[in-house]
Design a protein around this ligand. Sequence first.
Ligand SMILES: Cc1cc2nc3c(=O)[nH]c(=O)nc-3n(C[C@H](O)[C@H](O)[C@H](O)COP(=O)(O)O)c2cc1C
Length: 221
Amino acid sequence: MELSTALRTTGSVRAFTDEAVDDATLYALLDDARFAPSGGNRQGWRVAVVRDLAKREALAELMRPVWDDYVAVRGTGMTPFTVVDPGTYQPAERAPGHSPNDLLDNIATTPVVLVVAADLSLVSMMDKDLDRAAITGGASIYPFCWNLLLAARDRGLGGVMTTFLARAEPAAAPLLGLPANYAIASTIFIGHPVHQPTKLKRAPVEAFATIDGFAGEAFAG
Ligand SMILES: Cc1cc2nc3c(=O)[nH]c(=O)nc-3n(C[C@H](O)[C@H](O)[C@H](O)COP(=O)(O)O)c2cc1C
């Protein structure tokens, strides 16, 4: 697939056919993804290929309440789990039971479930001493995650990266044998798409690029 087409048409896939993804294919995806950039080329990504169904269900159980809170807060119009104005952030009162989530509800039959962790001893967190939440460390891990999804798309597969397991990291850690200096970055679901979305809704360049600073005129090309 032409790169520009892949960049413009790789949407999130959350429903998979029951066709398996064999280990050779998964290996090939990881083998492509490893060419991602990372600070100092330290390649701090680590991947758990989660096959065990009981483990998958246990992870889904941990992610469900996080998803419920996400949905509840999103319903109020706020950004869930934002670090901006955290004083106004309250998980809304939610009804008993769980919000439906195809990824979690079908985790046992999803062809590929990966947990991507960052070995923090290999990640430079350039903004770690600022008086706000650090963000730069993720830049050494998420290009790898995205490469994985682009590699999947190139082979007619689809998937989605998620971050909800990170909120349950203390409980997920023993299930995954997560070393003390590792952080959960993403849970990635991959398979053969029931439907491959290709019309992506994204804001135009003028909406986010400005000249000579962020208060400048829109960059219109
Ligand atoms: C950091 C990150 C976290 C995400 N977390 C979730 C998630 O928890 N559950 C989910 O269904 N999708 C998740 N997504 C997928 C986004 O919802 C998706 O990229 C966005 O809505 C755009 O949809 P599209 O790619 O289909 O156009 C996540 C994406 C990113 C980059």
